[in-house]
Design a protein around this ligand. Structure first.
Ligand code: BDR
Ligand code: CA
Length: 364
């Protein structure tokens, strides 16, 4: 099932208010996450939780193939005052207080912040009121933490941004040598088939096009998991019921967030189902059979009045630049094809949901 939703069709109110006080007995034991037979891959997740960000964090924190070195919060779906505590809440729900959480940029590099609370609820978690976090973020700012960790483990840390790319751009600006030290960026963002925030731009790139352009210009190999595939991973009633049939804490929290969001959509009369953009990007690190990628040279539009944040994917033989105005310069050449990005073009949605729903079953 594939749906193409205009963000405005998602306009939401606050959603249901439910508390989980009483579930927070921190002395209880967590069901063990099995150990990976191979050395786990080090990652940093940069995120703006966000309903689908919550699913992505839960998936990554419960996957033995990944060693989450840090979670860095950025403004996006909701302001930083909410994304940062949401990131703390989520690591607590996952029983992973060993993973440092840092606060990052409260606004894009140049532009005024545009949020998506109409799609994620005013609190970013579908209106489910989890208790205030009991843990604190580290003092270091997100960009500084990214720089320090990457320098500490050169060539080893994959960055996994699933929100606007502001923190990643700030890290690259502070330490340009990072471009040589990060082996890969696996991100949720962009689209080669139209946007969801404007007809051209996907939300994460729309919010901070200049940051996205810096990241795509950095030379770091990128895997782009964009709307071309993410809009095909829709949490249907049948899939949500499978999640609700699980019994562990993380599954229960995920199901409550999703059910609350579905109810809010229903009350608003949209009849739509949540799309799990962000965990699909994480799944690319777990099971290579879920997504199929093609090489592109991707450029991010920053100048367009109507197209800022658009990701334009070039294949061999295309011109990159527009023609000059009258005689202001030479004819733009057809440049040599230099791919900077693998773009996800096809997805095995049932395989993704099998992985996601089984992996979320941890905690007490
Ligand atoms: C992206 O925008 C956000 O609303 C989601 O969390 C996802 O990262 C999808 O366009
Ligand atoms: Ca996100």
């Amino acid at each position: 099932m594939s749906i193409r939703l205009n963000r405005r069709q998602f306009t939401l109110g606050c959603g249901a208010t439910v508390t989980v006080a009483g579930l927070w007995n921190r002395t209880r034991l967590w069901a063990a996450i099995p150990e990976s037979p191979i050395k786990p891959r080090r990652i940093i997740i940069d995120t703006d939780p966000g309903v689908d960000d919550a699913f992505a964090l839960m998936l990554a924190l419960g996957s033995p193939e990944l060693k989450v070195e840090a979670i860095t919060a950025v403004a996006g779906n909701v302001p930083l005052e909410l994304t940062l505590p949401n990131a703390l809440r989520l690591r607590e729900i996952c029983g992973r207080n060993d993973v440092p959480v840092a606060g990052g940029a409260a606004s894009p590099l140049l532009r005024k912040l545009v949020t998506a609370s109409y799609a994620h609820g005013e609190n970013g978690l579908g209106g489910v009121e989890f208790p205030a976090p009991v843990t604190k973020p580290v003092e270091e700012k997100a960009a500084d933490l990214i720089v320090r960790l990457v320098r500490q483990h050169p060539g080893e840390i994959t960055l996994v941004p699933i929100g606007p790319l502001t923190n990643i751009a700030l890290a690259l600006r502070a330490a340009p040598e990072l471009a040589e030290m990060v082996p890969q960026i696996v991100l949720m963002g962009g689209s080669l088939s139209g946007g969801n925030e404007t007809p051209s731009a996907e939300f994460n790139f729309y919010v901070d096009p200049e940051a996205a352009a810096m990241v795509f210009d950095s030379g770091i190999p990128i895997m782009m998991v964009g709307l071309d595939v993410t809009e095909k991973v829709v949490l249907t009633e049948e899939r949500l019921r499978r999640l609700e049939a699980n019994t562990k804490r993380v599954s229960r929290a995920a199901a409550r967030i999703a059910r609350s969001l579905v109810e809010t959509y229903r009350k608003k009369g949209h009849g739509e189902w949540p799309v799990l953009h962000d965990p699909l990007a994480v799944s690319a690190l777990l099971d290579p059979a879920i997504l199929t990628f093609e090489d592109y040279h991707v450029e991010i539009e920053t100048a367009g009045t109507f197209t800022a944040g658009e990701s334009v994917g070039f294949k061999p033989g295309y011109r990159r630049l527009s023609a000059c105005i009258q005689n202001a310069g030479p004819e733009p050449p057809v440049e040599e094809f230099r791919p900077n990005c693998k773009v996800a073009k096809a997805v095995d949605a049932p395989r993704f949901f099998d992985l996601l729903i089984s992996r979320l079953e941890y905690g007490v």
